[in-house]
Design a protein around this ligand. Sequence first.
Ligand SMILES: [Mn+2]
Length: 200
Amino acid sequence: MTTHSPRTALVTRRTGETDITISLNLDGQGRASVTTGIGFFDHMLDALARHGGLDLGIEVKGDLHIDDHHTIEDVGIALGEAIYKAIGDKKGIERFGQALVPLDEALCEAVIDISGRPFLSWDISFSREMIGSMATEMIEEFFRALVMSARITVHLTEKSGKNAHHMAESTFKAFARALRMAVAHDPRSANIIPSTKGVL
Ligand SMILES: [Mn+2]
């Protein structure tokens, strides 16, 4: 039985628009400490940590006097970078993950390939523009930024839903569960990179 040390990353990203610090443990216990200044976004990142089995610290000072755009997009970039760093050499990971997660009437699906190929397929629409102080259009921007810097392929698809809060939450939870599955260690291929090319 192989034991693994926890896969962690620390990312800081400072621009004229945002100042972000992220600590991530992919092999954590779902503990989150998140302060982005956007309440609903914090709620979603908290759900991501909890259901992804991640220990996640996110501290952001963003230009929220303008709007929520830079803060959400830049957290996506920095969190994607943290995921990329924490996954490391990809030896022995499952690589693929998928989840369908309901929240009452809402049902969203996430499918992930830790592929080295950044791609987001997005097919989710929201019934209103805002959830609290977060624009619903920014949820797609968050995931696009994340997949680009994590260099992963992600398909997010709405199966059903009506309430925007439920839809967003089932999307984040499905992504969390799919990520947890994809980065999990496959005991049958402990030292193997799961690609016929030998690289990912
Ligand atoms: Mn909720």
